[in-house]
Design a protein around this ligand. Structure first.
Ligand SMILES: [Zn+2]
Ligand SMILES: [Zn+2]
Ligand SMILES: [Zn+2]
Length: 92
């Protein structure tokens, strides 16, 4: 099974209790489908089903490799470099 070699880049694992939305979409008046949070810096972005794919754009811009779902009840993380999905419990 593939594993993520970037757990040491994770700085923020807990999703804020209040999220306004995708930070970039809010600036440009865009719409999003699902929200993701960068675990390197806490930036909220939108998923690849959203028109602007800001979470992926954030990785391409910053190189922060690990994001997590910011959707209620979802606890998975995704590493762009290893292309592996794993659970929060494994990252702690
Ligand atoms: Zn990784
Ligand atoms: Zn967005
Ligand atoms: Zn980031």
């Amino acid at each position: 099974m593939a594993t993520c070699a970037h757990l040491d880049t994770i700085r923020i694992i807990d999703v804020p209790s209040r999220i306004a939305g995708c930070e970039e979409c809010l600036k440009i008046g865009g719409e999003w489908v699902h929200l993701r949070m960068c675990t390197g810096c806490g930036t909220i972005g939108c998923c690849d089903s959203s028109p602007h794919r800001h979470a992926t754009a954030h990785f391409q811009e910053t190189g922060h490799p690990v994001l997590r779902s910011a959707e209620k009840g979802e606890r998975w993380l995704w590493c762009f470099i290893d292309e592996v999905r794993f659970e929060v419990a494994q990252a702690k």
